[in-house]
Design a protein around this ligand. Sequence first.
Ligand code: GLC
Ligand code: GLC
Length: 662
Amino acid sequence: MTLFSYVEFCLYEALDDMTNFQRTYSIGEVEIDGAAIYHTTGLRERRDHCTLFGCTREPTGFDTNRDVFVGVHNGLQEAAVPLAGRAFNSVAHGWNPVGSHQLDLRLEPGEEETFAFVLALLEQPGPTVDRAAGHALLARYAEPGAVWTAFDALRERWRVLLDGLQVDCPDTLVRRMLNTWNQSQVIATFNLSRSASLWESGIGRGMGFRDSNQDLLGCVHLVPERARQRLLDLAATQLSDGTCFHQYQPLTKKGNAEIGGGFNDDQLWLVVSTCAYIKETGDASILAEPVGYADVPGSRDDLLHHLETSIAFTLANRGKHGLPLIGHADWNDCLNLNCFSTDPDESFQTAGDVEGSRAESAMIAGLFLYAARELARLYTHLDRPEDEARLLAAYDEMLAAVEAEAWDGAWYLRAFDAAGSPVGSHVCDEGRIFVESQAWCVLGGAGAENGRARRALESVQELLAKEDGVVLVQPAYTRYHPELGEITSYPPGYKENGGVFCHTNPWITLCWCLLGEGDRALDSYLAICPATRESRIETYRSEPYAFAQMIAGPDAATPGEAKNSWLTGTAAWALVALSQGILGIRPDYGGLRVDPCIPPGWDSFHVTRRFRGVVYEIGVRNPRHVSGGVHGLTVDGREVFGNLVPAGAVGSVVHVDVELGG
Ligand code: GLC
Ligand code: GLC
């Protein structure tokens, strides 16, 4: 048997590699040292690394020139080298360097042989390849079992990580998603945010400001130290007036203005994520970390200053209804109320001028309520009653504006456009109801006392909840509205224009939890849950274990078809909705709160939760078959009043027994 390996090298400078062929096709270099193939482009001038593609078994040939391996007139499906059955020992000079080994194997029936291919980035001290280092690396993986040991170590790392949150409950899909897949996905979204990946390909995109702050909510329990650094990195891309770079580049950590700016919700997410970090870790010292503003060289204000700047920005930028100005857009990137674009080739994300615009967002108002209340609670925790009172006064003022101006009769309006006309109102001919303002006004506490929260959620259920989840808007826009922007550029049923934009669904799950509706909460979790799609995978057409950004809605030509899996805020919010909303295991400043909202049909469930260095084994019994309400709680056998489990001794295992029943 003759076996050929094959990898294609990228030329390090990603954008040039994809665009600047007049240069890149002349710079490619390789070096071959037995089983070690080095991709060395740029090494002899300024690059301090090269790539090694090696094999732990001696090859009988190699190739590094793509044209030779593939053949000038062939494709990869009929590449020249495997067709010929032998390597040509080609050495790449320019063009597209590749790495390929030829291995001649002779196996008797039943005989096995184990060897490994190793692909590695090697840091290089000088302009010539450190062949000894490459040799040593290959020798390490040539040791019997070394590769499996490395895989075992990786698996063990994940096991320890995921063990921090494990559930045993009556729903198999919930178990499978929470214990493994959802937690893996939140690490992926945390790592990559919205940068170079399958759906956000190329290098134009980066770490989203609002995205990363939300992604962090899902994994702060897994990677608290990294979350701390991320918060500081994000804050450093905020400007002194409170606005933010909408994205920053992961390698340079510099804000990227090219993808647009002026999204007036951005900064508020920093408040939400910072509070979540402190509740998880108890580490309020982060508030005093010096972190500058991107537009003030040398500034060293602290993180708390950033949170106040964020709140102040929203308060200072309100429209005539007292609601926050939307700027370029809010969470819904495609609600561009100030673009009025007529040029088919310009991006909605950068077009238009928001200077002087009066368009307002009820979604930002709701998010502000949520953030202001979070910050007020943080001040309570820090024992700063005056600051707490100041934040609560701002909260009350915004709440009054929401209730006075943003209620449409059966749901909350979405916005007022630049001309002052309502968006997402019964008076509109299309786009009458949007999900975002229902979710955030309710999560922010609007409608809690006057019944509107429940009314708004019933409207969501009646008008937006479909078989594949809650769609973003109804009726979907059938024509282009220049005063609304990109949302109306999508055909009905796709993306923000009436698709099931999954990110919003866990918000609704959390709203149902607020209202104590355990069955509806779980139904809403399962509606977008990829694991439920196994039997409909030909329609769903996406991984049945990774949340997707969007599932085409009923108005689409391909309803039920998912797109943009993996890098979506859905992952973090689904995990939060499930673990903190439905299962109700919620970090709080003073300890771990247990406040479930489960289907009354559940008899019991069990959660293992690592929290501030303690492992909590939490058993919840439901003998009265209710959704929630803690009837009794014991911690290591001792009765505790209320639903807050006080912090245990670091390193200990604490047993919590909870009986539901109000
Ligand atoms: C995308 C963006 C996110 C935005 C959402 C809605 O998922 O990454 O920032 O909030 O679309 O437009
Ligand atoms: C597009 C997408 C939206 C995304 C935005 C950011 O408008 O529809 O989901 O957030 O691009 O670039």
